[in-house]
Design a protein around this ligand. Structure first.
Ligand code: COA
Length: 159
């Protein structure tokens, strides 16, 4: 298993896998994100097949600290529940730690996204806030609105 920050055509890979990644961004949003200087993304691949991705960006950085936001993380459906989501998050932490800075990672999840929440909690992310009725669902099988839960994790630099 390998990690990479870019694919030969990251934009089209994301667009072509939007449904499997469960990402509801427009093509324009994806392009804007990938072109931002603060954008930082990790793709997990096995030889040439991409199995999952983390899409994120730096919110703030100075010489000692960095703040990072995970905008989306997804594993393609056929590879879920095999530890790959955890692997991608651990890789992000490893890469952020290697800078020698203290860092804080933020993310938000829908309160009904049980697997994602379980994954974040197992890795030590703590819920610090919630936004009531934040997401509007298009599905007839789900409640019309869903709460968002905000998570964060801090790691201190080794002195
Ligand atoms: C959330 C997501 C990235 C998790 O990726 P994953 O590779 O399936 O996760 P992992 O296999 O690393 O599982 C991590 C933990 O989550 C739980 N989990 C994940 N899938 C599960 C399933 N189908 N059944 C039961 N538990 C599950 C387990 O507790 C697991 O920990 P364990 O192996 O120690 O028991 C994946 O479900 C996904 O892509 N979902 C769609 C996109 C999405 O909702 N992203 C989150 C946006 S906030």
């Amino acid at each position: 298993m390998n990690f990479t920050h870019t694919l030969s055509d990251s934009k089209n890979w994301i667009i072509n896998h939007k449904d499997q990644l469960e990402i509801n961004w427009s093509e324009k949003d994806i392009e804007l994100h990938l072109n931002k200087e603060t954008s930082f993304n990790i793709y997990l691949l096995d030889q040439t097949n991409v199995k999952g991705a983390l899409i994120g960006h730096f919110l703030y950085q100075d010489q000692k600290v960095s703040e990072f936001e995970i905008l989306h993380i997804a594993v393609l459906p056929e590879f879920r529940n095999q530890g790959l989501g955890r692997m991608i998050l651990e890789e992000l932490e490893k890469q952020l730690k290697s800078t020698g800075k203290s860092f804080k990672i933020f993310l938000e999840a829908s309160a009904i996204n049980k697997f994602a929440i379980k994954l974040y909690e197992k890795l030590g992310y703590k819920a610090y806030n919630e936004r009531k009725n934040y997401y509007r669902s298009k599905s007839i099988n789900a409640p019309n609105t869903q709460d968002a839960i905000l998570f964060a994790k801090s790691l201190n630099a080794i002195k």
